[in-house]
Ligand binder design. Sequence first.
Ligand SMILES: Cc1ncc(COP(=O)(O)O)c(C=O)c1O
Length: 462
Amino acid sequence: MTDTIDRAAAPASDYVQRGLDHLWVHTQQYNDLAQDDGFVVIDGGDGIYLEAMDGKRYIDAMSGLWVVAVGHGREELANVAAEQMTKLSFANPFAYATPPAIDLASKLADLTPSTLNKFYFVNSGSEAVETAVRMAKQYHYNRGDTKRYKVISRIGSYHGTTLGALSLNASSAMNRAPFEPLLPGVVHVPNSNGFGALKNDATELDDMFWARYTEEIIKFEKPETIAALIAEPISTSNGSHVPSREYWEHLRKVTEEHGILLIHDEVINGFGRTGKWFASEHFGIEPDLLTMAKQISSGYAPIAAVGASDKVAEAFVGEKKDAFVGGSTWGANPVSCAVALANLEILERERLPENSAATGEYLGEQLEGLKSRHKIVAETRGIGLMRAVDLKRDPATGEEFEDADELPKRMTHQLLDAGILSRAGASIQVAPPLTINREEVDSLVEGLSQAIGGVEAELGIT
Ligand SMILES: Cc1ncc(COP(=O)(O)O)c(C=O)c1O
């Protein structure tokens, strides 16, 4: 039991101690949090900035977790939530609809690729991925095609933490070993730039090689056993390499030829992050199912969704047994739906996807400029406001940092000193809110330069 706390008067250090004692912070190692300034408590936000309890202000260089598209502190969204809560905070989603859920679904039908017209609301990206995979399986089942249980996923992917989504993962961001055996029937194929550890060599091959390689694996696995292929159009977890239009056109053609559903996971890519409303648009591709979360509400309320094409949705219309199996108590929560809709209206009104394209290009140029200022900046990549800066001990020889260099720890501390919050290791994620302007980009890049210079100095790389 904790004593009653006067929250307004409690000092930051008290929060840090009680946080260490009682709050299980996602993905973090306690020993890292317990060190020096490892435990940061955020208690305010405004635009692209976040404020920690000790009064320090940071640029939110990863939009939280690729989430806060419209920036922090939007009173408009708080008012929408309050109004909806007062009017109706909950109705049984297993039985009834609410106006905000219908309004949001209709808006998504307008914004997403034209064939996607039916939207199923859940609460997180992982749940959206689980739902899309189950929808794909039941789509085939309802049509009498009951042998399709396999799902194709790509190496380097991250699709979430629930057991089904985790089974699709193949990235260093998630250690799968403690949870094995995982979902049977998941087949991993190379990403658009090849295989993880071999990707330095593999990038010499163009992505069409890997598209054809994937086609061969699909044939080898017997296409009539495959329910779906799931992939981010532009994979963030795999380093934000942007594939060619031909790559996606080929995979779309192959999946169609074999009756395999294509699931585009736009949990990060969606809602303007890549400079278009949906990344599928860069490739002229219409997926059968599209998962979305994060920027759908900019984090002002938890909500995620699966968009289904007319072809998929029709397979669920018929008898009672054909209805999609399962539901979620918080799914289509009216408050979350109202907030998400208002958030999408801000994205539209302020033309934030367009700003992501234009200011994102400027950001890309400034990041590229870091190469001439720093020895360890090896490569910069990305599209829109979804960028990454890759670091190597010696970019000329390709020598990577060693564990003994403690790069993630050093870089995280240097970034904090420079007033930047992001995820940093051999790659620094640069994905600020879509409201960012050029001046703010300049201070972000200056901060990054300061932090990179700090690491170089610590490691004696001059
Ligand atoms: C592409 C992708 N899919 C799914 C997820 C899982 O989303 P959530 O953390 O909301 O469960 C993530 C999370 O970052 C993601 O990046």
